[in-house]
Write a protein that binds this ligand. Structure first.
Ligand SMILES: [Zn+2]
Length: 176
């Protein structure tokens, strides 16, 4: 959370502290900060140390990051969207060890490039948000919710899917 506040400050992004989340549209009263606090509900529902829930963790991190894509370094969006492509479209069983490998591919890819993967318009990044997430009451519901949430976010980034598909293919060719 502090990272996010620091990043916004450094980049001149004004964070609204009241009303709905200005980025994902979550229906809250305390703005983007309350939106981010709501994500902790996931860890109350499932044990993220259990490998059975690793994919739920990865998908939730990607969905959340992409719905708030202005609040981190621009190349992070490439990483999160490519990982969604690999998990959702290519059916790759993701593990913690694979994330640094994907970072390697992105680092190669971004050499001499300045492109920005612009997120969809504010609040049009999937219908599901953290205000739906906090209504979850069971681990099974959590797993299903997060997959649907990630799928909606992935779909909302459709104008960048062809681009990340090429990066994903590079990952698969290199490591599989
Ligand atoms: Zn939000």
């Amino acid at each position: 959370m502090q990272d996010l506040l620091d990043y916004a400050l450094k980049n001149g992004i004004i964070l609204q502290e009241k009303g709905n989340c200005q980025f994902c549209g979550a229906e809250v009263t305390g703005g983007v900060i309350e939106c981010h606090n709501q994500v902790h509900h996931l860890a109350d529902m499932v044990d993220f140390n259990n490998p059975a829930y690793y994919v739920t963790r990865f998908l939730s991190v990607d969905a959340m990051a992409l719905q708030h894509g202005e609040l981190h370094g621009p190349w992070n969006n490439h990483i999160h969207l490519t990982r969604l492509h690999l998990i959702l479209k290519k059916k790759v069983t993701w593990t913690y060890a694979k994330t640094p490998l994907l970072s390697n591919i992105i680092n190669q890819y971004k050499k001499n490039k300045t492109e920005v993967l612009t997120p969809p318009p504010l609040t049009q990044r999937g219908n599901l948000t953290t205000s739906d997430l906090i209504k979850i009451t069971s681990p099974a519901e959590c797993v299903a919710f997060v997959r649907q949430w990630a799928q909606e976010v992935y779909t909302s980034f459709n104008q960048h899917q062809a681009l990340v598909a090429t990066i994903a293919d590079e990952f698969l060719v290199t490591y599989y």
